[in-house]
Design a protein around this ligand. Structure first.
Ligand code: ZN
Length: 197
């Protein structure tokens, strides 16, 4: 446990994660060399930190295991959709349904409200009982945006095994991080050396 906390602390976000929380969710369980897995949503406390760091939940919501489970479950569906898009395959209907369900479970429209003194204004309701549902809805909507926007053409899976992260490509770079790029280059150089020996 301590080891995976240390690992994730030095792992930078993949390109595109800052603009797309859906990409961040998909990349929140990272496969590391040596068969290790670092799961940023591994416990309710870590899931809560992941959400607050992205302004998807207020501090100290006191997240339950159920909430972390919901996030991890949406993550699998989002990963499945991103993988389908990258491979040019049809999506699993269950994954499409999961995203649409998350998007429509809570109201995300900006409602008309009326203040007695200052008059009409618009705001999105954030009931404290639906903090996680609201976060899931935001991420699900971003998944739909990402898959249908021009950004989708830049979506790629990191080309440095065992890494399982997705990224938005800039130019020809196929890696989620310089660490993955260095590892891929080292693996290629090693393969060349052993081939010529
Ligand atoms: Zn990578």
């Amino acid at each position: 446990m301590e080891e995976s906390v240390r690992e994730e602390a030095v792992l930078p976000s993949a390109p595109g994660e800052a603009e797309h929380p859906a990409l961040g969710l998909a990349n929140s369980a990272v496969a590391l060399p040596g068969g290790h897995m670092a799961d940023l949503l591994g416990t309710p406390a870590r899931a809560e930190r992941w959400l607050t760091q992205r302004d998807l939940a207020p501090e100290d919501t006191g997240m339950a295991e159920m909430c972390a489970t919901q996030l991890r479950s949406l993550r699998e569906q989002v990963r499945s959709l991103l993988a389908s898009r990258v491979a040019g395959r049809p999506a699993l209907p269950a994954a499409v349904k999961a995203v649409n369900d998350a998007m429509t479970r809570v109201p995300t429209a900006s409602l008309l409200l009326w203040d007695e003194k200052t008059g009409p204004y618009r705001a999105t309701p954030h009931p404290t009982t639906a903090i996680v549902e609201h976060a899931l809805a935001v991420i699900a909507a971003d998944t739909a945006d990402l898959l249908t926007s021009p950004d989708a053409a830049r979506l790629a899976a990191c080309a440095s095994p065992p890494c399982n992260r997705f990224l938005l490509k800039h130019g020809r770079r196929q890696w989620c991080s310089t660490r993955c790029g260095d590892r891929a280059r080292a693996a290629r150089a090693y393969a060349r050396r052993t081939a010529t020996e």
